[in-house]
Design a protein around this ligand. Structure first.
Ligand SMILES: NC(=O)c1ccc[n+]([C@@H]2O[C@H](COP(=O)([O-])OP(=O)(O)OC[C@H]3O[C@@H](n4cnc5c(N)ncnc54)[C@H](O)[C@@H]3O)[C@@H](O)[C@H]2O)c1
Length: 362
């Protein structure tokens, strides 16, 4: 392997250029090839990375023996095929979310990578966000009491897509965070939605996830909203956390608020809930671009031959829930059980690895 890992990126549309910039700023990696079937997009990105070789055919890029790893930033319908071809060519793979179009495809990619000793990572960017890691730390330390539910809104006037619905596009962000903070996958999902544009692809969905011990999470995703909203609320028995990702600074606020039942009462006339209004405070969060942490994690996983914190198995868990959402939509919102994974990731040290990556580079 070269001193610098040679990275090839396929997909030079909206997100690919962000990945190219982030890898260019990652020590130990170099963007050495770019691929897009659209010549104009390819040229536009290559102008910013003139040392990178250019390809309009993905298979030709894979024939480059000097390439160590491939980053897949094409539409989701191509993820499985391209990741499979890359693994067959002996390249490590970083796939954009969602990992693939079905859990069977994800499982196939995971076993291919494991058999050939290659790294497969999914870009669940939020798992590398210092704000999300701070929230996970606060929750697991008991700072907010017992976490009861998470409420997420990811809304805007988005690009209407014609292959996968809005849940497959936006919910991977929410789901990856929810699983990470809840430290478990949900047991059951209900999903309702509609196609306001009438093309049969849901552009608005409401997802409800049930967890053990009566905990739950709700997600609202829409491409048809006038305002851009990226908010998550974490409600604990003692405190609540609001995460607003659109804020440049002060993304997390901890509210010391709660409602308490009276400890004793004889009859209903004595019963009064008491409302606690305490301080609202803003914890310090490292200022690091999550995508740069993604790229560093990928490079370090390849170098150390260790699973990245957002591994293929994390991608599979998210896709399983998306499949259950699609099934629930088909059943008009009926509850669908989530198949519990025989391929669960080891979550035990993921948080510690991510924290050390962020602190190391802060
Ligand atoms: N992690 C994040 O926060 C984040 C944000 C945005 C998008 N994404 C993901 O990135 C991926 C790409 O999204 P996007 O918004 O950039 O899409 P896009 O449509 O803007 O770009 C996709 C690019 O792939 C190219 N392409 C299509 N077929 C190809 C082929 N066979 N060979 C080579 N190139 C091909 C297209 O020409 C286009 O330039 C999606 O999986 C999306 O979910 C992730």
């Amino acid at each position: 392997m070269n001193s610098n890992l040679a990275i090839g990126i396929v997909g030079c549309g909206y997100w690919g250029p962000n990945l190219a910039r982030a890898f260019e700023n990652t020590s130990g990696a170099i963007v050495s090839a770019l691929c897009d079937s659209d010549e104009t997009r390819l040229t536009s990105l290559q102008e910013r990375h003139p040392a990178a070789r250019r390809y309009t055919e993905f298979r030709q890029m894979l024939e480059d023996p000097n390439l160590d790893a491939v980053v897949i930033a094409t539409p989701a319908s191509l993820h499985y095929r391209q990741a499979r071809e890359a693994l067959l060519s002996g390249k490590h793979v970083l796939i954009e979310k969602p990992m693939a179009g079905s859990s069977v495809e994800c499982e196939d990619l995971i076993s291919m990578a494991e058999k050939s000793g290659l790294i497969i990572m999914v870009d669940h960017t939020y798992l590398h966000s210092p704000a999300v890691l701070k929230i996970a730390e606060l929750v697991s330390s008991g700072e907010i009491g017992e976490l009861k539910y998470i409420n997420c809104q990811r809304l805007n006037l988005g690009i209407i897509q014609n292959e996968f619905n809005v849940a497959w596009d936006l919910a991977p962000h929410d789901l990856s965070v929810i699983i990470h903070v809840m430290e478990e996958v949900p047991l059951v999902v209900n999903c309702q939605g509609g196609s306001q544009m009438g093309n049969g692809i849901e552009d608005v969905v409401n997802i409800s996830l049930g967890f053990s011990r009566g905990r739950f999470a709700t997600i609202q995703n829409s491409w048809i909203e006038p305002r851009k909203v990226r908010q998550m609320t974490f409600v604990g028995t003692q405190k609540m956390i609001v995460f607003d990702d659109l804020k440049a600074i002060e993304k997390i606020k901890i509210h010391d608020v709660r409602v308490e039942r009276p400890p004793r009462y004889k009859d209903f006339t004595q019963f009064q809930y008491s409302y606690h209004y305490g301080d609202c405070y803003i914890p310090r969060v490292e200022q690091r671009e999550p995508l740069c942490v993604v790229c560093e994690d990928f490079v370090q996983s390849i170098r150390g031959n260790v699973a990245p914190s957002s591994c293929g198995r994390c991608g599979l868990e998210v896709v399983r829930i998306l499949e259950a959402c699609s099934e629930s939509l088909r059943l008009n919102g009926a509850a669908v059980k989530i198949c519990q994974s025989r391929m669960s990731p080891d979550r035990s040290n993921a948080l510690a690895v991510e924290k050390s990556l962020i602190e190391l580079n802060a």
